[in-house]
Unconditional design. Structure first.
Length: 195
């Protein structure tokens, strides 16, 4: 007569729990590593106080090209981040390394032209790949990890960045004040001032 096999429920429960844990880790890892934005573009600005020289209106494409040139000119090492305007928001796109993997970091901002001509970028979304992240902690990470220009200040408590257009230096001694930023209708207006 054959001896009846007993099922070891603890063994099978452990294996099922182990499989669920591995599946969870795989899903989280794939969300973190996955690229959220397939294509990248870029962005720019300028400012200070003195005599009004004129006005100009530009488009997202021209603004992205100007910012890309500025970032390229100012780069001391390989560019580790990009900034560009999309139809609905300003996007900061960078990379960091986690456990040997390059993880894409995306920060979406809503631009606001302040009364003093500077630009405030309010955070609307932050993610690593497609995984949403807490805003204050990521802004602190960006502030400590990326070499941002001196005219950009990060306020992690308010989840915003301030771009001081009046502190952007150039040889001509001119600066810009933002008047209107309407990304949806592709109209971005500035006033030009001479120091």
């Amino acid at each position: 007569m054959r001896k009846k096999r007993t099922i070891n429920w603890w063994k099978w429960s452990f294996l099922i729990l182990l499989a669920l844990n591995l599946a969870f880790v795989c899903v989280i890892a794939s969300r973190v590593i996955q690229v959220r934005e397939p294509e990248s573009q870029k962005l720019l600005s300028k400012n200070q106080h003195s005599v009004l020289v004129g006005h100009f209106t530009t488009s997202r494409k021209s603004l992205n090209d100007s910012v890309a040139r500025y970032l390229k000119k100012e780069e001391k090492q390989n560019l580790s981040y990009q900034i560009y305007a999309s139809r609905t928001s300003i996007i900061f796109e960078g990379n960091y390394y986690l456990l040997g993997y390059e993880v894409p970091l995306y920060v979406y901002f809503q631009p606001i032209a302040l009364a003093n001509g500077n630009i405030q970028l309010r955070v609307t979304s932050i993610s690593a790949g497609t995984l949403p992240l807490p805003e204050a902690e990521v802004l602190r990470y960006i502030k400590s990890s990326y070499k941002l220009p001196s005219f950009v200040s990060i306020n992690s408590k308010e989840s915003s960045l301030l771009i001081r257009l009046d502190r952007i230096d150039n040889e001509a001694g001119i600066f810009l004040k933002a008047k209107k930023i309407d990304l949806v209708n592709d109209k971005i207006s500035f006033e030009i001032f001479k120091k």
